[in-house]
Ligand binder design. Structure first.
Ligand code: FES
Length: 140
């Protein structure tokens, strides 16, 4: 299975890894089949995501896509972050092997889950829909 250089770079040197103390929103999504878990923390000021950190317990593609996704939403408005698709993250990484496409969905869902948590804490209704995490058949 061939990974692009960008995937290898984000896997070897993931950006924005860690936790945010007193995060405004925390989202955790997981895949029950492979057990991969992604946790995303966001800091929000005036509807802009000023900081984002993640922890991914999962495969290399999941780590690389989380890393790229955090870079793509940092400094962006919540509305823009909600529009980020796993496809856009994959394109930014110059693609993923077909069996690893589902891994990139975790990053998109984790962002939506973190924003959903933020909405809940702020009492904003309705919360964004996190959606269904696809089953993962090709893990590890
Ligand atoms: Fe990558 Fe399951 S999320 S193998």
């Amino acid at each position: 299975m061939a990974y692009s250089e960008k995937v290898m770079d984000h896997f070897a040197n993931p950006r924005n890894v860690g936790e945010i103390e007193n995060a405004d929103g925390i989202g955790e999504v997981g895949n029950s089949k492979c057990g991969d878990i992604m946790k995303m923390y966001i800091k929000v000021e005036n509807s802009v995501i000023t900081d984002v950190k993640f922890k991914t317990f999962g495969c290399g593609a999941a780590i690389a896509t989380s890393s790229m996704a955090t870079e793509m939403i940092k400094g962006k408005s919540i509305n823009d972050a909600l529009k980020l698709t796993n496809k856009a993250v994959m394109e930014a990484l110059d693609g993923l092997p077909p069996v690893k496409v589902h891994c990139s969905v975790l990053a998109e869902q984790a962002i939506k889950a973190a924003i959903s948590d933020y909405y809940k804490k702020q009492g904003i209704d309705p919360e964004p829909i996190v959606g269904v995490i696809p089953e993962c058949d090709h893990c590890h």
